[in-house]
Design a protein around this ligand. Structure first.
Ligand code: NOJ
Ligand code: CA
Length: 554
């Protein structure tokens, strides 16, 4: 047990209410053994740089045993480390070093589905229809005269159908199993008490090792509507949730019981361990259902992440969030980038719309406008880190990294790319290994120069060592924002909107800090006040377009 867990905290002051949490995508963060894939010893070796940056916690995307069909979101053993990333001892060491540095550690839990290589799924294939082994997953007979048609018409998030037919042990065409994602990711049946019990064990396994919480993958997908009725999404529906009412595999009411149960498991442990829901829902109000007092502690604010660089829309989603989450006793959370979305340094200035999850590549209609994107990203992050609540950062955004658009087709690995027959590029462009040193092999990602996705030649300019020495760099901006956020206790603050800056501004007070962003096309007159930090140059009291400033109230 670490000192972090022993720290007393008053009710309402739990660390996760105000934390800035940095997402590490292990395969792309730092590679200690030079095989081209990041690993746990690599993470340990670079933790000092995160302490320097000033984050409160890290969240690690999955590093458990996995055939890596979906970059680790296809777990074959929930209680061990994949040799690709190291060993359990490497994990313990990483955790201990993080805790010594005052950084909490959240791990990714993937309960909706396992890998098809999980021992349970292998047993299910061998056992017959109706067996207890099959009942851990969602197996059904097919429709049609010989069961040759899938049990319903659902479409996988990654493209293609949501059902796969198996061959029974005797060689005959058999039942079908459900997979919301890749065919290698069969969905568990969460109405089965055995599944629930197994996951309580998984939670305890990692809690006993000392983790501070879990990011819960697809937290809105575990329960499917009774009878598995046919469902056809609207043309423009978002594949991970969308605006539609009653999608039979998203946000079904029964899912909340699972988290009420987990809440109690976590409560058995000291130190305010936290559950964070990855639940793609259309509004903050709906997302807030996952963080009612006896459920999870946080939920990603995807409605915020998906809001364009548009002042009225941003004011609305911020207002709605600050109403909806506190109304159920939870902190608002904020996020702009992660491993599933186009990096916000590119996303905020695209030449055309780009549906979430589809990604961008060389032939996409939507192409980034790099300078504009970076300027907006710096301004957007400067708004986000001025807001009360908890915020998530994705590795590399502190360097201003853009999406990599020109990955060679044969380097792409996202199942979306394959399941859509190369129609949708998918998410590889935000997952490229990050640059540490401009002139080292693989920009310091490792010593060998290997990288599982190729790094662009122009990335030397974003390398951490280059940005470290530059007071105007994005890294310097993030450091300043994080330091000031802490000094002014903005995470625990309250927001008051300020009037008089016009429709195209975002202007608010949080404690003794005034945050003003110019989202419009013409410069804005700034009020009097000492500039604490600015996302870009400010001259003669005018705030240029796509720029955010923090002013001291004194
Ligand atoms: C959400 C994860 O963030 C994503 O990367 C993954 O592909 C799906 N869930 C399936 O686990
Ligand atoms: Ca490695």
């Amino acid at each position: 047990m670490t000192q972090l867990h022993d720290a007393a905290s008053l009710p309402g002051s739990e660390w996760w209410r105000t934390a800035v949490i940095y997402q590490i995508y292990p395969r792309s963060f730092a590679d200690a053994n030079g095989d081209g894939i990041g690993d746990l010893p690599g993470i340990t070796s670079r933790l000092g740089s995160l302490a320097e940056l000033g984050v409160d916690a890290i969240w690690l995307s999955p590093f458990m045993v996995s055939p890596q069909k979906d970059a680790g979101y296809d777990v074959a053993d929930y209680c061990d480390v994949d040799p690709l990333f190291g060993t359990l001892e490497d994990f313990d060491r990483m955790l201990a070093v993080a805790h010594e540095l005052g950084i909490r550690v959240i791990v990714d839990l993937v309960p909706n589905h396992s890998s098809d290589q999980h021992v349970w799924f292998q047993e299910a294939l061998k056992a017959g229809p109706g067996s207890p082994e099959r009942a851990r997953y969602i197996f059904r007979d097919g429709r049609g005269e010989n069961g040759e048609l899938p049990p319903n018409n659902w479409e996988s998030v990654f493209g293609g159908g949501m059902w796969e037919r198996i061959t029974e042990a005797d060689g005959t065409p058999g039942q079908w199993y459900l997979h919301i994602f890749d065919v290698s990711q069969p969905d568990f049946d969460w109405t089965n008490p055995e599944v629930r019990e197994a996951f309580r064990g998984v939670l305890r396994f990692w809690l006993d090792r000392g983790v501070d919480g879990f990011r819960v993958d697809v937290a809105h997908g575990l329960i499917k509507k009774d009878g598995l009725p046919d469902y056809t999404p609207a043309e423009d529906a978002d594949s991970m949730g969308g605006d539609e009412e009653d999608v039979p595999y998203w946000g079904q009411p029964g899912v909340h019981d699972v988290y009420r149960d987990w809440n109690q498991v976590l409560a058995e442990y000291p130190g305010n361990r936290a559950l964070c829901a990855e639940a793609w829902l259309p509004t903050p109000e709906k997302t807030a259902l996952w963080v009612r007092p006896d459920e999870m502690h946080q939920a990603f604010n995807f409605p915020y992440a998906m809001t364009d660089w548009n002042a009225p829309a941003l004011r609305k989603v911020i207002t709605d969030s600050l109403r909806a989450f506190p109304a159920v006793g939870a902190p608002a959370t904020w996020v702009l980038s992660n491993h599933d979305v186009i990096r916000h340094a590119s996303r905020l200035a695209l030449t055309a719309d780009s549906p979430q999850g589809e990604g961008i590549g060389p032939t996409s209609a939507a192409q980034p406008i790099p300078e504009l994107g970076l300027r907006r990203a710096r301004a957007a992050t400067s708004v986000m880190l001025g807001l009360p609540g908890s915020a998530y950062l994705f590795q590399g955004e502190e360097l201003g990294l853009p999406e990599v658009v020109n990955l060679p087709d044969d380097a792409r690995q996202d199942p979306t790319w394959f399941r859509t027959h190369h129609e949708k590029y998918g998410r590889d462009g935000c997952r490229v290994p990050i640059p540490w040193e401009a002139s080292a092999p693989a920009y310091g990602f490792n010593d060998s120069g290997a990288a599982w996705l190729p790094q662009p030649a122009e990335w030397a300019q974003f390398a951490r060592d280059v940005e470290e020495g530059d007071p105007d760099s994005t890294l310097s901006l993030y450091r300043s924002l994080l330091r000031l956020r802490r000094e002014h206790a903005l995470g625990a603050g309250d927001l008051t909107w300020l009037e008089g800056f016009g429709d195209n501004a975002i202007a608010f007070r949080n404690g003794d800090v005034t945050v003003i962003a110019n989202v419009g096309a013409t410069p804005l007159q700034l009020p009097a006040g000492r500039i604490l930090v600015a996302s870009g140059p400010v001259t003669e009291g005018m705030l240029p377009t796509d720029t955010t400033v923090w002013l001291a109230a004194d």
